[in-house]
Design a protein around this ligand. Structure first.
Ligand SMILES: [Zn+2]
Length: 131
């Protein structure tokens, strides 16, 4: 597995629960690791079932990775943007960048013949975004 320590990214990782009967292992990998051109394989840490991402799935994750890279790019601007959320107590301004990191996007993708919920965890590249 390639290590992308040199990439100027915060953490963006993907996890999903192993589809093997009775396993419930949590398969975790870095989004950047599976966004390359080569075949990517993730291993279940519990039952060691290998998950080879097919081309279409990898393509989706690559697009997600591109989106995150674009968000990183825009972080200095996004840090200054607010989203106004209506609450019972009135309107609350939420910094856009903060909202993104709290979204922890869930994506349901087909893995073989099963639908698997992928969780995407994003952390901002710089903690200063939230000062
Ligand atoms: Zn497993």
């Amino acid at each position: 597995m390639a290590d992308n320590k040199d990439m100027p990214m915060g953490k963006a990782q993907v996890d999903f629960i192993c589809v093997e009967e009775g396993c419930n292992g949590q398969v975790v990998f870095k989004l950047a690791d599976c966004a390359g051109d080569g075949e990517f394989q993730a291993l279940c840490p519990k039952c060691h079932k290998p998950y080879v991402l097919d081309g279409a799935l990898q393509d989706k994750l690559r697009k997600l990775n591109n989106l995150i890279l674009a968000l990183r790019e825009a972080e200095p601007i996004l840090g200054a943007c607010n989203v106004v959320v209506a609450t019972p107590g009135g309107e609350t301004k939420v910094p856009y960048a903060l909202l993104l990191t709290r979204l922890n996007t869930m994506l349901t993708l087909q893995l073989g013949d099963k639908n698997v919920d992928f969780h995407l965890w994003i952390e901002p590249a710089s903690p200063e975004t939230f000062r």
